[in-house]
Design a protein around this ligand. Structure first.
Ligand SMILES: [Zn+2]
Length: 290
């Protein structure tokens, strides 16, 4: 069933778990992630990221995502991940997304506030949830997609979210979800992950009723993920580890086959691996603080 992200997050705050926010840029991922949500009984947010426009345009992806969400027995919300421009986010509104990340974190604080505030004022009356980002997410992406260039990862603390700024940002914008930076990385880590859990607690105590999000979940040790959830993170974007999981298995299948390999068989094998990986992570998110 199609459920709003806001509704899911209220449940997550009450029962101390995190909502997985997973990109589903093809039907294989979409089917696998929804099946994992149904089998674990966990609500899931399925995402289309603006940077995935070259993989699948939003006007093709979102109607399919909405259709799967509505037919599922699990609670599924349909979300835009990292919408960088206003026009793209308004297109997502018209397509029926239940929540949208309007990411203006590349701008100075005041412009970030002004842009997000304007967007919240337009879409909140429509019942659409808004996520924004403060601080910056460093990138270590295995791709050359624009906006995903590798960042300087020598000192991650330069990207961290400031708790005082977070309080000001939430008060002035009225945003529903604030994505915070405290040591995670988009893509895979270059060094040992060491999250600033205390910073999450400070942001949570100063930023009022906002729900806190974490991006770059892939590669984070499960105990640190659970500490982050316990400290206040209730939405976690998790994609790279899921999306890169099938490749080694598919390669093995191709190399070991004596006959031409059918793509549909590879697709089914990939779907099973994505399903298992998603079940694993949903179980980690479910069991925080227990
Ligand atoms: Zn992100």
């Amino acid at each position: 069933m199609l459920v709003s992200l806001k509704e899911m997050l209220q449940e997550a705050e009450k029962n101390n778990f995190a909502i997985a926010s997973i990109n589903t840029p093809n039907q294989i991922s979409l089917r696998a992630v929804i099946q994992a949500a149904e089998d674990t009984g966990m609500p899931v947010t399925i995402n289309h990221a603006q940077t995935e426009q070259s993989v699948v345009p939003i006007d093709i992806a979102v109607p399919l995502m909405l259709d799967y969400a509505k037919k599922s027995t699990a609670a599924i919300s349909v979300h835009v991940d990292h919408g960088y421009d206003f026009e793209h986010c308004m297109k997502a509104v018209r397509l029926g997304c239940t929540s949208i990340m309007y990411d203006c974190s590349r701008f100075p604080l005041e412009k970030n506030i002004e842009e997000v505030k304007r967007f919240v004022e337009i879409v909140k009356p429509l019942g659409i949830g808004v996520e924004a980002e403060l601080g910056a997410m460093p990138n270590n992406m295995p791709s050359d997609v624009h906006g995903q260039e590798t960042s300087d990862l020598s000192d991650l603390s330069v990207y961290y979210t400031d708790p005082d700024e977070a309080a000001l940002f939430c008060e002035r914008t009225g945003v529903d979800v604030l994505t915070t930076s405290f040591g995670t990385v988009h893509g895979m880590y270059a060094g040992e992950p060491n999250l600033d859990i205390e910073r999450i607690r400070k942001i949570k105590s100063q930023a009022g009723q906002v729900h806190l999000g974490m991006h770059g979940g892939s590669g984070t040790p499960f105990d640190q993920i659970q500490q982050a959830i316990d400290a206040g993170i209730k939405k976690i974007n998790y994609f790279t580890a899921i999306d890169t999981a099938p490749a080694p298995y598919l390669l093995k299948t191709i190399q070991e086959s004596k006959n031409p390999v059918n793509f549909c068989n590879l697709a089914n094998q990939a779907m099973e691996i994505i399903y298992q990986k998603t079940v694993e992570i949903l179980t980690v998110f479910k069991n925080a603080g227990r």
